[in-house]
Design a protein around this ligand. Structure first.
Ligand code: 13P
Length: 256
């Protein structure tokens, strides 16, 4: 197992925070703080902020991502956004299957899979979120739950396409709760995910794929988390809304 064969990615998931002008201001604060990062730096922002965010980060090392996309190219899907729309304005990443979408908006593994395939076909890089609920962990079925999500969410995704996929392990009980998984818990499940990828694809695919941890990751705990062999960066909620906290996490990933 070698950490230097894959890229660590620190991605902010801004969720439903920041208007376009606030987004510009936050990115302007972040740009000088993360400019020397050796890991990939991504900000996933609300749809209406995307154009302003792409413009504000032009010529910098910050990449922009969306927080969801629809699977159809176009059509009668009121309120939805297509991959082509995201691509045209310069978006590179898209968060898919976030637990908040699964919990509050009826997202299923089947619809996550459709979105993943559409994103890949359009040349976007999906950040596919998986993770167990608290009671699933308590019932000791974390391994089954996460392996099932990986198999279903990546169904019919080829090994070549997989090179553009990022996986985020986000235990649902750790999101926005201030309860972080311990570094050992994060490592254990990220390693399980890598083993699942190895079984489904190949040893090379498993070695190459970026697997992030997400859930109450912050400037204080990032160093220990990203120091783990199978944790290739993080997907950050709350702490990604504060420039110096986000930058500290980027630095932790750059130094590991
Ligand atoms: P928090 O970092 O706020 O716990 O959110 C994590 C998350 O859901 C990132 O997608």
């Amino acid at each position: 197992m070698k950490k230097d064969v894959r890229k660590a990615i620190i991605a902010g998931n801004w969720k439903m925070n920041k208007t376009p002008s606030e987004a510009k201001a936050l990115l302007a604060q972040m740009i000088p703080l993360v400019k020397d990062a050796t890991c990939e730096v991504v900000a996933c922002v609300p749809y209406v902020d995307l154009a302003a965010a792409v413009e504000a980060t032009q010529g910098t090392n910050i990449k922009i991502g969306a927080e969801n996309c629809h699977w159809a190219e176009s059509g009668a899907f009121t309120g939805e956004i297509s991959t082509g729309m995201l691509k045209e304005i310069g978006v590179e990443y898209v968060v898919l299957g976030h637990s908040e979408r699964r919990q509050y908006f009826g997202e299923t593994d089947e619809t996550v899979n459709k979105r993943v395939k559409a994103a890949l076909a359009a040349g976007l890089k999906p950040i596919v979120c998986v993770g167990e609920l608290l009671w699933e962990r308590e019932c000791d079925i974390t391994e089954e739950v996460v392996a099932r999500q990986i198999k279903l969410d990546l169904f019919d995704v080829s090994e070549e396409e997989l090179q553009n996929v990022v996986i985020a392990y986000e235990p649902v009980w750790a999101i926005g709760t201030g309860k972080t998984a311990t570094a050992d818990q994060a490592e254990e499940v990220c390693a399980l995910i890598r083993a699942t990828i190895k079984k489904l694809y190949s040893p090379a695919a498993a070695e190459g794929i970026t697997i992030q941890y997400g859930g109450s990751m912050n400037d204080k705990n990032a160093d220990e988390l990203v120091g783990k062999l199978n944790v290739d960066g993080g997907l950050i909620g709350g702490a990604s809304l504060v420039a110096d906290k986000f930058a500290a996490i980027v630095n932790a990933a750059s130094n590991n």
